[in-house]
Design a protein around this ligand. Structure first.
Ligand code: GTP
Ligand code: MG
Length: 194
């Protein structure tokens, strides 16, 4: 995918603040600090379009980005980080659910997992929930650069099993080496073009 433009559109917490529905949209979801923002930057070949941080829980709003005036990427706040204040954490679930269940232009959700971690209940809930609402999910295992080849193969299989998925349907990714970028774009475009 050749990137001609990638622009921040706006941040939102509720539907009244979302940009108007004009282009197909793809959202990125995952645990706090899993690498969502880095993954988006890799897809669009920008170092800092989306702010990344080594401190978990930095993305607390729904952020909309327009790519090539063709597709909208939505960086969702991460879940599961205990140190975020309870008042903020309580709003996350409803904020994300409202977005996912009500957004007409949403074509797919990229669910991002750390290849080093076994999926937890939150991941299973998210995937079950997307399935329930018939929203296409693309599952990505990121930070693959942090594991040896054999460990990576082992985790790939283990995670597929935990999710009851075919290992072939999981995309192996790294924001550091850019592994999986083409495969992920392909998966995204096939759902956007449907
Ligand atoms: P929140 O917005 O806080 O939920 O985090 P996030 O999921 O957007 O994660 P972010 O992209 O900010 O990355 C978190 C940390 O992981 C940063 O220090 C990144 O540099 C690092 N990171 C992200 N992806 C990769 C990867 O593929 N490989 C390696 N080695 N580090 C990564
Ligand atoms: Mg982020």
């Amino acid at each position: 995918m050749q990137i001609k433009s990638a622009e921040f559109v706006k941040s939102a917490t509720k539907p009244a603040e979302y940009p108007p529905v004009q282009l197909p949209e793809v959202a990125f979801a995952g645990r706090s600090n899993v690498g969502k923002s880095s993954l988006i930057n890799t897809l669009v070949n920008r170092k800092r379009l989306v702010k990344t941080s080594s401190t978990p829980g930095r993305t607390q709003l729904i952020n909309f980005f327009e790519i090539n005036h063709q597709i909208v990427f939505v960086d969702l706040p991460g879940y599961g980080y205990a140190k975020v204040p309870v008042s903020v954490r309580k709003k996350w679930g409803p904020m994300i659910e409202t977005y996912l269940s009500g957004r007409k232009s949403l074509k797919a959700v990229v669910v991002i997992l750390d290849i080093r971690r076994t999926p937890q209940q939150e991941e299973l809930n998210l995937l079950g929930w997307l399935n329930h609402y018939a929203i296409a999910a693309i599952v990505v295992l990121t930070k693959t650069d942090k594991l040896s080849k054999s460990k990576s193969t082992q985790q790939h299989r283990r995670i597929a099993q935990a999710l009851s998925m075919d290992p072939k349907d999981l995309i192996l990714f790294s924001a550091k080496t850019r592994r999986g970028r083409d495969a992920l774009w392909k998966a995204i475009l096939s759902l956007v073009d449907e």
